[in-house]
Design a binder for this molecule. Structure first.
Ligand code: ASP
Length: 446
């Protein structure tokens, strides 16, 4: 028997009808025995996510009227879910207890975590399954960093114990939180139930980590900008990391770490269209799979380029180190730095410069003494990602042909040192047009 960890995101738990779909998915495969859940998400685009309501409840704890309104909203949502699932669960009483318990805690984490807690409680009753709290199993240190090794061990032994006693029962696990060693609840950053799923998968050495969402996988490009983009059927962990970093919003960034280390594949699937194959994320893609040369493309607006020119810069030993030290001192992280013989551009996120720009520039002028210093805001960075892509000689030609045909002015090119991406910079005003032009790359197959 295989072990599958199935994690369901907020939209899959938004109301009773979504939860019924989750039940069908779980019970149609006996390998799906470990279920990790988010808090209920939005039922439609104007709706609230339960986690947002809970955070608001905490933020308004000094405004009795507001707090009451928010609390009522939360109660109504849960009463509706429980009623429509036709289960016995006194959710009103549980919520009242949560509210009074929250008064003992100064941080938002306790309340913020209760959406996942309630989802898992409700599903465990509805599925006649075992609820397994993560409060004392996923352990955070004082800097809010997870102690992975301890957490894997805790979860593994807790699950083994349950399985000794209840052989065929599903185990329902709330995502998004754990606790400090002394039991104070700590949440991950937003979207963190994905990480819980990965930790559980790693702890029990699962064969597969299924991540059920409301999209049928990772798309070749942002479908809100480009029409008719295909789904990526297979992607490596590294490629996914590059795309996520550049803005492709699929999984929480920290999800890949626990599972990629031991090669547990992640399958992104769609609760609302369960027959779709979705996207498979793994180390080694089977060689029979016919892949595209370019796996995917993602980008972001809002970068600034700081260009320096200085004659004989290349002969000044330590020049780059001194320049980067200034950015380090000002706590501005550097995204890219393409160089020429006498030039170097430092690309940073514009929002990081905010009040620091003047000081930073003064320091550079004083300490580096460039002949020319140019600042350009409004730059978009786009990553064209594909492992092994650079071995396809025609690919750079195809990229620039697309850009040329769409009459796009390229402001920066960086052939990523890992060899799996080509990074280009264009002006923010040409960002969408560039993505549309690059869609043609999805037609090139290996
Ligand atoms: N409920 C949390 C959030 O909305 C965590 C999650 O859904 O993964 O961010």
């Amino acid at each position: 028997m295989k072990k599958i960890v199935a994690k369901f995101g907020g939209s899959s738990l938004a109301d009773a009808s979504q939860i019924k779909k989750v039940k069908d998915i779980i019970f149609e495969n006996s390998d799906r025995r470990y279920v990790v859940v988010s808090a209920s998400g939005k039922r439609n685009k104007d709706d609230d996510k339960i986690t947002d309501l809970l955070i608001n409840l905490h933020n308004n704890k000094n405004d009795i009227k507001k707090q009451k309104d928010i609390f009522e909203k939360i109660k109504v949502r849960y009463i509706d879910i429980v009623k429509n699932l036709e289960i016995y669960f006194n959710v009103s009483e549980v919520l009242d207890n949560i509210l009074s318990e929250s008064k003992k805690s100064d941080t938002v984490d306790y309340l913020a975590s209760r959406g996942e807690y309630l989802s898992a409680k409700i599903l465990s009753i509805y599925f006649n399954a075992i609820f397994l709290d993560m409060q004392s199993l996923i352990i955070f240190d004082d800097n809010k960093k997870v102690n992975y090794e301890v957490s894997y061990k805790n979860i593994k032994s807790a699950i083994e114990k349950i399985e000794d006693e209840y052989k065929d029962k599903r185990i329902i696990i709330p995502g998004f939180y754990g606790s400090t060693i002394d039991g104070q609840i700590v949440t991950f950053s937003r979207g963190g139930s994905d990480i819980t799923g990965a930790i559980v998968a790693r702890a029990i050495e699962a064969d597969m980590y299924e991540n059920w969402t409301d999209v049928s996988g990772v798309m070749f490009e942002d479908p809100r900008i480009v029409e008719g983009v295909p789904t990526i059927e297979y992607i490596t962990y590294t490629e996914l990391r590059e795309l996520s970093y550049m803005g492709a919003n699929v999984l929480h960034e920290e999800t890949v770490y626990p599972v990629s280390k031991v090669g547990i594949p992640i399958n992104i699937l769609n609760t609302n269209s369960k027959k779709d194959k979705g996207t498979m994320i793994m180390h080694n893609i089977p060689s029979i799979v016919k892949r595209r040369v370019v796996t995917g493309i993602a980008g972001k607006k809002g970068f600034t380029s700081i260009l320096l020119q200085k004659t004989l810069m290349n002969e000044e030993i330590g020049f780059v180190a001194r320049l980067l030290k200034i950015f380090e001192e000002e706590k501005v992280s550097v995204e890219h730095c393409p160089t020429g013989i006498d030039t170097i551009s430092i690309i940073v996120r514009t929002e990081l410069l905010k009040e620091k720009e003047e000081t930073l520039i003064e320091k550079i002028k004083k300490e580096i003494k460039p002949d020319v210093l140019n600042i350009e805001h409004g730059l978009s960075i786009i990553a064209i990602v594909g492992e092994g892509m650079i071995y396809h000689k025609e690919i750079t030609f195809e990229i620039f042909k697309c850009l040329h045909e769409a009459n796009i002015g390229v402001k920066m090119i960086d052939l990523g040192s890992s060899g799996i991406n080509v990074i280009i910079g264009v002006s923010d005003s040409e960002y969408e047009k560039t993505l549309i032009a690059l869609k043609k790359l999805s037609d090139i197959k290996v």
